[in-house]
Structure formats: structure tokens, C-alpha cells
Design a protein. Structure first.
Lengths: 146, 76
């Protein structure tokens, strides 16, 4: 991450990394708690909410710190940024829909709350992370490559 | 291979206009410097409106700034 990077690209990196890291932490906590008991019986609510909140706070703090360190062009968004954001949004939304659909199917099948909540959470994470990757590729290689 | 067939002469036009910086051009057409870099490197095709604004900054016609390559070889 450098001063030469577009403001929006830097924020995309920050939110993508924050979301990915917080989800890895969540998975680690859940898997550690699952030793000897079925996954569906693990106390997952607190880690889920904490890691979700942490990723949002880390993204905001990261963006503020980034703006302080490399403030040039801060908040400036042009037509290319908006096109890339829209394209990344399309990709991200498709994973959000998949997560929602998976949760719906699980609810119809009367699966445990654990699986329903995790399907939605995974959908959110994939939406953010893959949307961010798409945007970064578009920033680096152009929209024509996507 | 470049992602767009649109090539441009912005770099040479900038130097021909008193070594105008990318930041200065960006300010004059209302985009970020990174967008000017992306256009110069043919990683981004500007909108028609932005293309006209760029041409107007240099005081030339659109054809003098942008070219559309017909051949794949020209793009390499």
C-alpha cells in the first residue's frame, strides 16, 4: 500500500483484508471450541458478533489511518472509481445471494441455527472479500480484464 | 496485451504542453491522478465526455489524442 494508490483502492484493500482476517479468527475460535462436541453445539454467537464488529471497526480505523498517512486525494472519487465500485458490487452481491439462498434452504430443511447463521456470515465474507479482489484487479489491470 | 484497443497520445501531449504533470491534467479534467495514469497506460477507456475534456485541455481534436487500433498486433 503506497501513497500512489488511489484512495478508493486503498480502502478496498483495507476492508477486504479486515474482513478476511476477522473471519479466519472467527473460524479459529469456533473450531477450537468444537473439540469433542458437534459443530452445531458450539457457542458461536459471541465470536460471530465480535469478529463482525471488529472487522467493521478495523475497516473504519484503517481507512482513517490510511487517510492520515497518505492523505493526498483523500475522499476524491471519480467516474473510474464509481465504475469499478459498481462492478465489484455486482460480483460481491452474487455471493451474498448465494449465502442467502443457502440459508433459506437450510431454514426450510429445519437445520440448526448454527448452520443458517454461518451460511449468511460466509456469504457476507465472500461478498466483501471477492468483491474487493475484483475491484483491486480492475484497479490494477483495467475493467477490460474482468 | 492491453485491456483496451483505445490508444492515446496523452503522454506526448503533456510534454508538448510545458511538461504538464499528470496531477495538473487530472485537476483540469476533474479526475484523480490514478485515473490519468490508467488512461495513459490504456488500462482504462475514458467516457466520451472525459475524452473531449482531455482534448480541450490540449487544444486539439479527439483524433489527435485517441486512436482506435484495428489490429491485435497494434495493441501488443
Amino acid at each position: 500500500m503506497t501513497a500512489d494508490m488511489a484512495y478508493e483502492e486503498r480502502n478496498t484493500w483495507i476492508s477486504g483484508v479486515a474482513t478476511f482476517v476477522s473471519y479466519v479468527v472467527y473460524l479459529g475460535i469456533v473450531l477450537l471450541r468444537a473439540k469433542g462436541i458437534p459443530l452445531a453445539d458450539v457457542q458461536y454467537v459471541a465470536p460471530l458478533l465480535w469478529t463482525l464488529a471488529s472487522s467493521i471497526i478495523a475497516s473504519i480505523v484503517g481507512c482513517v489511518v490510511g487517510a492520515c498517512l497518505w492523505g493526498k486525494g483523500c475522499g476524491k472519487k471519480d467516474v473510474r472509481d464509481r465504475e469499478i465500485e459498481r462492478f465489484g458490487g455486482y460480483v460481491g452481491q452474487s455471493f451474498m445471494c448465494m449465502g442467502g439462498s443457502a440459508a433459506l434452504i437450510l431454514a426450510i430443511l429445519e437445520a440448526d441455527h448454527f448452520w443458517i447463521a454461518n451460511a449468511i456470515y460466509l456469504g457476507c465474507v465472500l461478498s466483501t472479500v471477492l468483491g474487493s479482489i475484483t475491484k483491486i484487479v480492475a484497479y490494477r489491470r483495467g475493467l477490460g480484464f474482468c | 496485451m492491453k485491456p483496451t484497443r483505445v490508444t492515446n497520445a496523452i503522454r506526448s501531449l503533456r510534454f508538448a504542453h510545458g511538461e504538464m504533470t499528470q496531477a495538473e491534467l487530472a485537476d483540469r479534467i476533474g479526475v484523480t491522478r490514478q485515473t490519468v495514469i490508467a488512461i495513459e497506460q490504456s488500462r482504462y477507456s475514458p467516457s466520451l465526455e472525459m475524452a473531449f475534456r482531455i482534448a480541450r485541455v490540449f487544444g486539439v481534436s479527439l483524433d489527435d489524442v485517441f486512436k482506435y487500433s484495428e489490429d491485435e498486433e497494434e495493441m501488443a
